[in-house]
Design a protein around this ligand. Sequence first.
Ligand SMILES: [Zn+2]
Length: 357
Amino acid sequence: LKFDNNDNFNMPNLNLEKFNIQNLDIQYQINEQLESHTKKFMENNEYEDIEEIEIPMIFHVVYNNGDNYQYEDYSFKLNQQLIQTYVVDQLNEDYNLENEDRFETPEVWQDLMADFKIKFVINKVIYINSHLELDGDDDSKLDTVKFDKNGGSDVINPELNLNVWIVNILPMSTGNYLMGYAYYASYFKQQPELDGYVLNLYALLLSMSGYGDRTSTHEIGHWMNLRHIWGDGGCDVDDGIVDTPNSDTSHIECGSENCTYPETSSCGSADMFMNFMSYGNEQYMFTKGQMLRARAVFAEGGPRHSMVTRKKSTDDDDNHNHNVIIWCGLVAAFICLILMIYFIFRSVYRCILKYRL
Ligand SMILES: [Zn+2]
């Protein structure tokens, strides 16, 4: 398979065109608020102190044969086990410092590699039998997949779940694919119906063919408010993270050219082209700075805090249930004891009566 790893980082901005000016102003304020919340969180928290969280995922599989996939030479059923193996397991490795290829990272940066302490679990997989295909060149129609009325599938409780749409996105040109796209956490408030990320079926096929595609890892990074490693601009534009070196290039060329450390460089320093938030074709790692920035969205006051509180309240419910079971057991044991004592005394009393008689 020939491929070109290319996602569309402009997508959230392009989508803003449908907002009126007032909404743009509101969005600007929300962005500013989230940036200041994130800055405070990064100042007041240590990487080591962050606790593990769990993110439930809902997959909307939109394809014209239901779950029977026919794609060029491939024919298979995209069942939950495949999604678990090629999407969720890979995410859990990448976000918990368990991906074996992380040691391909240059030694000088290996101490920066981060465990995000995020566990991803499948909540639900929905199959939509639909003829909908997306055109990678037509940004204005990409989000049609997120609505029932268009032959797609409506978002489900985005305040509690990470929604993913798996759909066929047609190549933009030969070998040039839009692999996926996501919305930043700051857009959740104004457009919850679009929240989550879209994954090109092609990206999944790459993973299944042994190419170890990391589109989901990258897009979820955006969904958690991470920017591209080069900040989507020149040397004066930053990604908001201290421990990623400044860069002015996406490194999409790493697919056809050989990118090496420290030769591949820009802005006066070696480039971290192997970071999951670059466009390099081989990505292995996030940094601790990226971890803190991402985890800010789940902290109190962050746009995705409800996902963490959901987990807590479920845990509380579990504890409550355990307590009820223990108390019921104790009461039952106590009643048994009273009955036993009663019957023993009654039989003894009868014996005594009998003896007297
Ligand atoms: Zn991106």
